[in-house]
Design a protein around this ligand. Structure first.
Ligand code: FAD
Ligand code: EPU
Length: 339
């Protein structure tokens, strides 16, 4: 395996930021990964794993080793009449895997169609969309632990999944490489059309018979309309998480802003649509140089061309301040900021 010096990451991060990695390695096997471990020890440098680069914001050139995850493969481990257990390697493309599941009529992940990135990153923030989270079909994962130098298994309960959260974003941040993820999928699909007007979209598309393929098509169609494609404009999806606030605070906000968009959670708290807050605070479509807020979705920050990570973070900080001043609500970043 070759380790390349001063490697451009511009095409490897969906913000399209012009940054370099001091060292870069494309890892396609366990042997490659062990080689990077030796390299890190010999050069005493920092390191990070990069999947599809769709949830990172680089503030500077990266002065360590970028480990690009190229571990490929999909394998059926077990199946019966009702379920199939499938293991996908971390370097597989998420949406390619979802497409494969739909083609084979393995149901569950179709609402998560078109989310960019890799299988290996999917548990890190427990990716979610249209009423489904990755955790709903997750069985376990295998990860290489840098400190022990061993491959370990994490079962569902070990991962502490939450809304855009898991142990891998907290205590284990940067401590493992997720090598593979195992999912349990349904052979008899339960269609999840309740969220985000999927049913409406299916009808609009003239589809008369519901199937997981139809749901995938509807989700793709909604997403293509609502979210900017990184191929056209640099972005990392939602820049912030949707904030969760207690009932009392929510009721008081609702008095001042009767149109505030929110969802009541089972624990009594309320999740607010951060896009609505940012929009209402007047940021939608705003631009400072090449760093901007998307014109159709205020939760998505964009790079109009030559923005730097620092310019984007500066804009994000101004948005956080303004939302705090106007609504008294703290925004938390979803994107992983790489200093
Ligand atoms: P990267 O950006 O490469 O990495 C993200 C973090 O995970 C980094 O800290 C990295 O070091 C770490 N990491 C990556 N791979 C591994 C590994 N194998 N082991 C250990 N650490 C690792 N997210 C949603 O949840 N729902 C959405 O609907 C959604 N829509 C999006 C739409 C667009 C247009 C874009 C650009 C992004 C969207 N996202 C969404 C965010 C993003 O797609 C997900 O967070 C995705 O899982 C990131 O995968 P990645 O491989 O690109 O991760
Ligand atoms: N809204 C506005 N103005 C805006 C943007 C949104 O008023 O500029 C309102 C919308 O009208 C809607 C509400 O806010 O009433 C929610 O908007 P949307 O349905 O677009 O969803 P979101 O909350 O902005 C979340 C996820 C997305 C996921 C979609 C669909 C988070 C942080 N974001 O977005 O995930 O795809 O729901 O489930 O939870 C991501 O994580 O990167 C991501 C794209």
């Amino acid at each position: 395996m070759e380790i390349i010096e001063n490697f451009s990451l511009k095409k490897l991060n969906t913000f399209g930021l012009s940054v370099d990695g001091k060292y870069f390695a494309h890892v396609a096997s366990m042997d490659d990964l062990l080689e990077t471990k030796d390299f890190i020890a010999e050069n005493n440098c920092r390191f990070m794993v990069l999947g599809g680069g769709s949830n990172v914001l680089f503030l500077n050139d990266y002065d360590g080793l970028i480990i690009s995850n190229g571990l490929k493969g999909v394998e059926i481990l077990k199946e019966d009449e009702e379920h199939v257990v499938v293991k996908a390697m971390g370097g597989e493309n998420w949406d390619g895997f979802v497409s494969w599941c739909v083609q084979n009529n393995f149901a569950g992940l179709e609402n998560l169609s078109l989310i960019p990135g890799s299988i290996g990153a999917s548990p890190i923030q427990n990716i979610g969309a249209y009423g489904v989270e990755m955790k709903d079909y997750f069985v376990g994962l295998e990860a290489f632990h840098w400190e022990t130098g061993k491959i370990q298994t994490w079962a569902y309960n070990d991962c502490r999944f939450g809304y855009r959260n898991s142990i891998f974003k907290n205590e284990l941040k940067g401590k493992t490489v997720i090598l593979s993820v195992t999912f349990r999928l349904d052979k008899n699909p339960i269609f999840k059309t309740g969220y985000g007007a999927i049913r409406e979209e299916v009808d609009k598309m003239g589809i008369t018979k519901l199937s997981i393929g139809a749901i995938r098509d509807a989700v793709i169609s909604i997403r293509e309309r609502k979210l900017p494609s990184p191929k056209e404009i640099g972005n990392a999806g939602s820049f912030f998480k949707n904030p969760v606030i207690p009932e009392m605070q929510f009721l008081s906000l609702k008095k001042t802003y009767p149109k505030i968009v929110s969802y009541k959670l089972p624990d009594g708290n309320h999740k607010l649509a951060a896009g609505w807050l940012i929009d209402r605070a007047g940021w939608k479509g705003k631009r400072t140089g090449d760093a901007g807020v998307h014109k159709k979705q205020a939760l998505v920050l964009v790079n109009h061309g030559n923005a730097t990570g620092k310019e984007i973070i500066q804009l994000a900080t101004e948005i956080e301040k303004s939302v705090k001043e106007m609504f008294g609500v703290e925004l938390e970043k979803e994107v992983n900021v790489i200093i």
